[in-house]
Each structure stands twice: as structure tokens, then as C-alpha cells.
Design a protein around this ligand. Structure first.
Ligand SMILES: Nc1ncnc2c1ncn2[C@@H]1O[C@H](COP(=O)(O)OP(=O)(O)OP(=O)(O)O)[C@@H](O)[C@H]1O
Ligand SMILES: [Mg+2]
Length: 441
């Protein structure tokens, strides 16, 4: 299968070639022709598998044809949960639509100037990429005309619902023409996402692409720690012994991300934090610096867990466990993107073993427990109550890497991380119905 088989405009196929895309990824091969044929879609596929192009290519195909409607309003609306993701999606649209001379895109996100956005909305626009909150602000002041909207796209739909955007989304959907095409991308298509999808799509095609173990390209390890001090020493060792271009360290709290970024900076790393309480201009600068390679280690809350695509990230460290099991999959998915390999190391305190277990239950497999020599935890999860299988085979656990090695560095020095275990790799999807309190990033 080649991009030219997907029914794309020649200019778009050319832009993809220039971007170095040879062949469509599986989700693109399935979703693009179906969307171009006009179907509504419900899509779930693993992290880093090219879902952005899977919805942008059909969107650009639409926009490349003349609008049948009149007015200045958007022809395509993309909703994303975070500001950074909205900006990234717009950038991708400009890359894939490079040859489309009259393509107009606008990003509507909080923390940015209303004036600039308002001016942009007074001119004709093809694609709006927005977070629900700021889009609603513009809708309330009557600045958006959805009368010629042809396509509505939701990226990371489950996350938007988790963040409490359901009412906003319902209002936005109700404001768009009923005959629009709807593409919904979500880690899960069950539970409340599925219910919402039912209400907003017509005869949707369901595309679910599971990760195959053979293509599992993220090497995962689990390290137990006694306390915070121990966690810091482990983080230090991981960063020293890993061979990576760039890394993301995830923390549970905004304050934690600042403290660790400060600590790493003091140690001489080019590190910076990213969380939802920072002014947007800092958030933008930080992410741009990361993309340009000026920042080596990003210390972030889950605001960076979804969608963010920085190919040079070779290492993800979960300094704190994610609050929700499914966030684990998204966090580690910041590495190993587009077929690259990556290493993901999760640090858990011994008393948190039940939370590790919840993650393993969600993954339907066990995480390989490992130790760094000289930094073994003194307290271990109680044996009988440990996640079944995890850490049960001490000999192998301490015996090095098995047949896979992380980017380099650990072997020999530390005795390495333990063997890899588990059957099916992480994938998005499969667990619906888990509700949580709204939280803003
Ligand atoms: N057909 C392709 N060939 C080569 N690279 C591609 C192709 N499609 C996408 N990519 C690259 O793959 C990377 C991941 O793409 P993208 O961000 O769309 O993934 P995703 O599925 O949305 O991931 P996530 O679930 O984390 O949001 C990007 O760097 C993108 O440029
Ligand atoms: Mg994405």
C-alpha cells in the first residue's frame, strides 16, 4: 500500500513524501480511505502510530475541494484535550498541507491572545484546531459560524471526557450541521466514550488496531524504591546510565515537576518542567525548546502524557506512578514512536505495589521488575501479595537483560535491568466505563 493508493490530492501525497513518509501506517491505511469515502469513524490504535495523519489527510482532502457552503466559517473542526496538542495538530496540518496554497488554519486555545484569534476568525478559515473551553468562549461571543462545517474530529476523546469537557463537547456538536462527518479517535471506544460516540456519529466504522507483540518497541522496567530519597538516587542512576537523546520524567504533581526539574538543572542537565499552572508562553517555549533539542529532559505532569510527539525522546521515566492505570500507556507512548525503539522505566514505592498491580491488570500483562545493583530496595512488596509473576524469579531478574538491551549503558555497570516478561504489549483501548472526577490540566 502506498499513499498514492489512498485517494489523496497529489499535493498532499507530495508533502508526505517530503516529510519522509514512505508507506501509510496500519491505522492510516484503514482510516484514510474510509474517511475519504465519507464514513463516520471510531478509531483506536496504539500510541505513536500516526493517528494524526489518519484524520488530517481526509480533512485536507476535503478542504482541497471547493466548499459548497458560503461564509467564513471552518470546514473542519478538530478538538483536542490540551493546548500543546492542538498546536501540534495544526503544525502537522501545515506540513501535510504544505502544497495547498490557500489552506488556512487557526488554533483556538486558552492562555493565548483573544485578539489574535478573533482577527483570524474574521477571515475565511478551513481548519480550526481547538481545546473545548476556548472554542466555547468564541462560540458564546458569536464569532464562529459552523454553517459550512463538513467534518468534526475528536482526538483523544476519552481524555477530553476525563477532563470534564462532556457538556462543552455536546454543546459544540449540537452547534454543528447534522450532516457533518464525524471522526472520533480515542484510547477506548467503550464506556461513556462509546455512549457519546453513539449520539454523535451515524453508522460509524469501527477501526481498532492492536499492537502486536513482535512490533513491541518500548522496553519497560519496573524499579521498587523505599522512599523519596531512594527514588531520587534511582532517577539519578537511570539518567546517568541510560543512553538517550531526550527524556521525559513524569511526576504526579505540578510542584513535584518543578522540584525535580530544578534538581536536575542543579546537577547540570538541561532540564525544564511542564505543567498546567505555568503561563502558556512558558509552556510553549518549553515545548519548542524540547523539540529543538535545547532541553534534554522534560519533567512533566500528565499534561504531556497525551499526543505529544517528539521523536528524539528515547526514555520515559515514571518518577511517580500515574494516577490512572491507562495513563501509563500514554506516558510511555511518548517514546518509541513511529516504529522507533524506546525505554520506559517506572519507579514505584514498595507500598504502592497494589497500584502497580492495577496497571498490570489494565495492561493484561506483568511489568518486568528490575534492580540497579547497589540500589536494591530494602523493603519489597510482600511476597504472596506481589503481582503474580512479577519479581518472582530473582535469579533471572538480576541476571541482566535477557535478549534485549536498552539504548546502552546499564549493562555491566549495574547488572542491568531484569528480563522482559509479559505477553501482549500496551495498546490503547479495551477498558471502558472507568469514570473519574473532572480535572483540569
Ligand atoms: N506513514 C508514516 N510514515 C512515517 N512516519 C509517520 C507516518 N505517519 C506518522 N508518522 C510519524 O509518526 C509519529 C507519530 O505520529 P502521531 O503523533 O500522529 O501518532 P499518534 O498515533 O497520534 O500517537 P498518540 O497516541 O501518542 O497521540 C510522528 O512523528 C509522525 O510524523
Ligand atoms: Mg495523537
Amino acid at each position: 500500500m502506498h499513499f498514492s493508493d489512498l485517494g489523496l490530492p497529489v499535493v498532499v501525497a507530495k508533502a508526505l513524501e517530503q516529510a519522509g513518509y514512505d508507506t501509510p501506517t496500519p491505522v492510516q491505511a484503514e482510516a484514510v480511505p474510509a474517511a475519504i469515502a465519507g464514513h463516520d469513524l471510531l478509531v483506536s490504535a496504539q500510541t505513536g502510530s500516526g493517528k494524526t495523519a489518519a484524520f488530517l489527510l481526509p480533512a485536507l482532502t476535503r478542504v482541497s475541494e471547493r466548499s459548497k457552503g458560503s461564509g467564513n466559517g471552518p470546514r473542519v473542526l478538530v478538538l483536542t484535550p490540551t493546548r500543546e496538542l492542538a498546536q501540534q495538530v495544526e503544525k502537522n496540518a501545515l506540513v501535510y498541507g504544505e502544497g495547498m496554497r490557500f489552506l488556512r488554519t487557526v488554533t483556538l486555545v486558552g492562555g493565548a491572545s483573544f485578539g489574535f484569534q478573533t482577527r483570524a476568525l474574521s477571515r475565511p478559515v478551513d481548519i480550526i484546531v481547538a481545546t473545548p473551553g476556548r472554542l466555547m468562549d468564541h462560540m458564546r461571543s458569536g464569532r464562529i459560524d459552523f454553517s459550512r462545517l463538513e467534518m468534526l474530529i475528536l482526538d483523544e476523546a476519552d481524555r477530553m471526557l476525563d477532563m470534564g469537557f462532556i457538556e462543552d463537547i455536546e454543546t459544540i456538536v449540537a452547534a454543528t450541521p447534522a450532516e457533518r462527518q464525524t471522526l472520533l479517535f480515542s484510547a477506548t471506544l467503550d464506556g461513556i466514550v462509546g455512549k457519546m460516540a453513539e449520539r454523535m456519529t451515524r453508522n460509524p466504522q469501527r477501526i481498532e488496531i492492536e499492537r502486536k507483540e513482535e512490533s513491541g518497541n518500548i522496553e519497560e522496567h519496573l524499579l521498587y524504591a523505599d522512599d523519596n530519597n531512594h527514588k531520587n538516587r534511582l532517577l539519578d542512576a537511570i539518567l546517568k546510565e541510560s543512553d538517550f537523546e531526550q527524556a521525559v520524567v513524569f511526576t504526579a504533581t505540578k510542584l513535584g515537576s518543578e522540584e525535580i526539574a530544578d534538581k536536575l538543572s542543579d546537577m547540570g542537565y538541561s532540564a525544564a518542567c511542564l505543567h498546567g499552572d505555568m503561563p502558556q508562553s512558558w509552556r510553549n517555549r518549553t515545548l519548542n525548546d524540547l523539540r529543538r533539542g535545547r532541553i534534554k529532559i522534560l519533567v512533566a505532569t500528565d499534561v504531556a502524557a497525551r499526543g505529544i510527539d517528539v521523536p528524539a525522546i528515547g526514555l520515559v521515566v515514571n518518577y511517580d506512578l500515574p494516577k490512572q492505570a491507562e495513563d501509563y500507556v500514554h506516558r510511555i507512548g511518548r517514546t518509541g514512536r513511529a516504529g522507533r525503539s524506546g525505554v520506559a522505566i517506572t519507579i514505584a514505592e514498595s507500598r504502592e505495589f497494589h497500584r502497580v498491580r492495577r496497571i498490570e491488570q489494565y495492561l493484561k500483562r506483568q511489568l518486568a521488575e528490575a534492580v540497579i545493583q547497589g540500589m536494591e530496595p530494602t523493603r519489597r512488596p510482600p511476597k504472596g501479595r506481589r503481582p503474580q509473576g512479577a519479581g518472582a524469579r530473582d535469579g533471572q531478574r538480576r541476571g541482566g537483560y535477557g535478549d534485549r538491551k536498552p539504548g546502552g549503558g546499564y549493562a555491566g555497570k549495574s547488572g542491568g535491568y531484569g528480563d522482559r516478561r509479559g505477553s501482549s504489549g500496551p495498546r490503547q483501548g479495551g477498558h471502558g466505563g472507568e469514570r473519574r472526577a473532572p480535572r483540569a490540566e
